[in-house]
Design a protein around this ligand. Structure first.
Ligand SMILES: Cc1cc2nc3c(=O)[nH]c(=O)nc-3n(C[C@H](O)[C@H](O)[C@H](O)COP(=O)(O)O)c2cc1C
Length: 202
């Protein structure tokens, strides 16, 4: 099994999502000794924001790309190919300002690309190209509590992953982690337990 593991927290040792995602990968390694993991740390090494040159190249036919356009798309090609080549996608996503972190959005802008991860067919409809994969998204939220309308993270990630063809998505949330040490421990213990159970059936 090939796993693409995206870490999107800017933090290191205090990061809840990093701790939970590395625990899940460890549990998966026990189940699948041959597991191949590609780790993309966009939190510590954010992909570049897309530029005027990037948009010009990405929205022109590949057979018309000159060396400069190929150069501009090089990073996007690499990231999109990592996604296309995995069996399972694991995204560790901190909630920032009600949604995904800027570094994860930068990764999304690089990989959601016409002709690469989706295409527009002759009738003008969108056809997703990232097929046959399942995804796990681990989130951490400092103050957010389930049931309120401040979550533009799960709704957004579901929609954009669906758009490119990933429909089998599981979300595990650690919520209220900045409400106090006790709340943080409880949220992390519950999420870790859910992740260990999930790893058994993954
Ligand atoms: C810039 C920033 C914005 C944040 N915005 C939110 C928010 O909108 N809602 C929330 O519940 N927590 C928010 N938090 C708290 C984080 O979601 C929480 O600390 C979480 O654990 C981050 O994941 P990490 O520990 O892996 O970095 C924010 C934290 C930062 C640093």
């Amino acid at each position: 099994m090939k796993l693409l593991h995206i870490d999107a927290s800017p933090r290191t040792v205090r990061s809840v999502t990093r701790k939970l995602s590395s625990g899940f990968v460890q549990a998966l390694r026990l189940k699948y000794p041959g597991l191949r993991v590609t780790h993309r740390d966009v939190g510590h090494h954010p992909p570049p924001f897309i530029s005027d040159a990037w948009v010009g190249a990405a929205f022109s036919p590949a057979d018309q790309h000159d060396p400069a356009m190929k150069g501009v798309l090089h990073h996007s090609d690499e990231l999109a190919n990592e996604l296309l080549n995995c069996d399972t996608l694991l995204i560790a996503s901190p909630m920032h300002n009600f949604t995904v972190s800027a570094s994860l959005k930068a990764w999304i802008d690089q990989v959601v690309r016409a002709g690469m991860t989706f295409k527009i067919n002759e009738s003008g409809d969108v056809e997703p190209l990232v097929l046959g994969k399942k995804a796990l998204v681990i989130t951490s939220r400092g103050g957010y509590v389930a049931g309120t309308d401040y979550d533009f993270q799960e709704t957004y990630l579901r929609k954009i992953l669906n758009f490119i063809g990933i429909r089998d998505i599981t979300f595990i949330h650690a919520e209220g982690v900045n409400q106090g040490e006790k709340e943080r421990e409880e949220a992390m213990t519950k999420a870790s337990f859910d992740l260990l159970n999930l790893a058994k059936t993954w």
